[in-house]
Design a protein around this ligand. Structure first.
Ligand code: FES
Ligand code: MG
Length: 571
């Protein structure tokens, strides 16, 4: 039990000297009374609210509610902003900045006199970026997520964030939907505060945070605008104060076992492929040995949650059906014993769980798909691994061999994908280079390349696609992603030529380029890396230090943590 004497914040606010005067006096300009500094837990509320991150637009109000709970429990809440990453607004990709957010979070937590932290995030990169930064400092930490938007509605139908954008845009290209209708769907798709209401990366990460016991139960699925989310935020404010009293720091909750539970849950919810890079990066910060191989434990878990993009419903439906507590109850026989922010085993997260719609949340005995977890692929085309999400793929393509058609860059793809004479058919394997962490840079969500127009017009809706990119958690298709090493790091992907045969077997985890070693070596002699796209600033730092996808695409010097007290004063 931490006492007031040893509490971290006392090294700032408990000093009866010039430094203590400075720390307290300037804080008092906000109207705080003396007793706010009497040794009570000081709780940082780390907020990624921003008008440029519309998915997190509800977090400003939610922070105020967290504060109520902190005051009620006898703590002192202090909100601070960190960089916010608007997935749909940032170029070249929000992922380029995930590690920068993580640095901001880490250094903010460490430099300020706080005892515990509440992470307010939601949009795709904000949750992992915040957890990465927090893990490198290791204070008591708890998450409150933005929560999903209300279901999209348009022309009498439910439409899902992202997933229906990809569908609609293919329909426009096939001449089956007018551009006017396409534009009209915009306003119906995003009609409340909150994150994408498909099981995209945001709701995936929120679901995994719940499976890891890093938030209070039901946090993942409650809609952003549901009053019960505010109540949960209030309770979270109370709980973080107790966590400080119990010295329940992040490393006592975030463990190998909880990460394994996240992998199992990711399979059951049909979660985003992006969870792989994020969990690997979080594990790296927490000094937990997690590798792509560990993701194979999810392979046999069936798909239980019938949400887009793997199924048909949306997050509101998932919430009303019972949400993550029901999923965790179904997974009970598989989950590892693991501590949570409640200081109790994860099994208590499904206490009293009841499924209210068995089509939305299936049981283990009647799943949407059997053995739905992500598959790790290996072979001479991806010596350090690649991944595919079978639940969002076409069954008939999961064992496939076909000739490659290569796009050397994203510009090459954009310029040529709609050419009427593109020499491709439905057996072609589309290959895209230059979209990895270092190459793009930032590993954007372009791996789900559009189907060439000449094939869309013939009714083709899926093809095998291979790249060093990621894809949106809301996307679908038979898409091989995260090929490592990436082309720009000299991976074999760089050597693929149009016409080469590529073999994919998802079940056996195989991704082979059927070209002889001698021929590949000859091609390598003629290969030279492309000049980096940025030469200064953070992007240069990123390109120089980013690790490959199989290491979570974190910066090499950010791996691990530093939990030493900060001793030196500023004046
Ligand atoms: Fe922010 Fe989907 S774009 S959550
Ligand atoms: Mg995304």
């Amino acid at each position: 039990m931490t006492t007031k004497k040893t509490r971290r914040s006392q090294a700032w606010y408990g000093k009866l000297d010039r430094d203590g005067f400075i720390h307290r006096s300037w804080m008092k300009n906000q109207g705080y009374p003396d007793h706010a500094f009497d040794g009570r837990p000081i709780i940082g509320i780390c907020n990624t609210w921003s008008e440029l991150t519309p998915c997190n637009s509800g977090l400003r109000a939610l922070a105020e509610v967290v504060k109520r709970g902190v005051w009620e429990a006898g703590g002192f809440p202090v909100e601070f902003p960190v960089m916010s990453l608007g997935e749909t607004q940032m170029k070249p990709t929000a992922m380029l900045f995930r590690n920068l957010l993580a640095m901001d979070v880490e250094e903010s937590i460490r430099a300020y006199g706080i005892d515990g932290v509440v992470l307010l995030g939601g949009c795709d990169k904000t949750t992992p970026g915040q957890l990465m930064g927090a893990a490198s400092v290791d204070l008591p930490t708890i998450v409150v997520s933005s929560g999903p938007m209300l279901n999209g509605k348009w022309q009498g139908q439910d439409i899902g964030s992202g997933t229906d954008v990809w569908k609609f845009s293919e329909s426009v290209r096939a001449g089956e939907m007018t551009l006017q209708d396409f534009m009209a769907a915009e306003s119906g798709m995003s009609r409340s505060a909150g994150v994408c209401m498909t099981m995209g990366t945001a709701s995936t990460m929120a679901s995994l945070v719940e499976a890891m016991g890093l938030c209070l139960p039901t946090n993942a699925a409650l809609p952003a605008v549901d009053a019960r989310r505010a109540a949960l935020a209030h309770l979270t404010g109370k709980r973080i104060v107790e966590m400080v009293e119990e010295d329940l720091c992040l490393s006592r909750v975030l463990t190998k076992a909880s990460l394994e539970n996240a992998i199992l849950a990711n399979a059951a919810v049909g979660g985003s492929t992006n969870a792989v890079v994020h969990l690997l990066a979080i594990a790296g910060r927490a000094e937990i040995d997690l590798s792509l191989k560990d993701f194979e434990i999810g392979g046999d878990i069936p798909l239980l949650v019938n949400c887009m993009p793997s199924g048909k419903y949306l997050m509101e439906d998932f919430c009303y059906a019972g949400g993550m507590p029901v999923v965790l109850k179904e997974l009970a026989g598989h989950l590892r014993p693991a501590n949570t922010v409640l200081g109790k085993d994860i099994s208590v997260y499904s206490d009293g769980a009841q499924c209210f719609n068995s089509d939305v949340i299936r049981s283990f005995d009647a799943p949407l798909k059997p053995a739905a977890g992500l598959r790790v692929l290996r072979g001479n085309l991806a010596p350090d691994g690649a991944i595919i999400k079978p639940s969002a793929a076409s069954d008939h393509l999961l064992d496939h061999e076909g000739p490659a058609y290569v796009f050397e860059s994203i510009e090459d793809l954009k310029a040529n994908i709609d050419r009427p004479d593109l020499p491709v058919d439905e057996n072609t394997v589309l290959v895209l280079k230059g979209c990895g962490p270092r190459g793009y840079p930032g590993m954007p969500e372009v791996g789900n390349m559009p189907i060439p127009r000449c094939l869309v017009e013939k009714g083709v809706r899926d093809m095998v696609r291979v790249s060093d990119a990621r894809m949106s958690g809301t996307a679908f298709g038979t898409v091989v992603l995260h090929v490592a090493p990436e082309a720009n790091a000299g991976g074999p992907l760089a050597l693929v030529k149009t016409g080469d045969l590529i073999r994919l077997n998802a079940k056996d985890g195989v991704l082979e380029l059927k070209v002889s070693d001698a021929e590949l070596e000859a091609r390598r002699q003629n290969w030279a890396p492309e000049a980096p796209h940025y030469s200064r600033g953070y992007a240069k730092l990123y390109i120089d230090h980013v690790m490959q996808a199989d290491r979570g695409a974190d910066l090499d010097f950010l791996v691990g943590k530093d939990t030493r007290p900060v001793t030196r004063e500023s004046h």
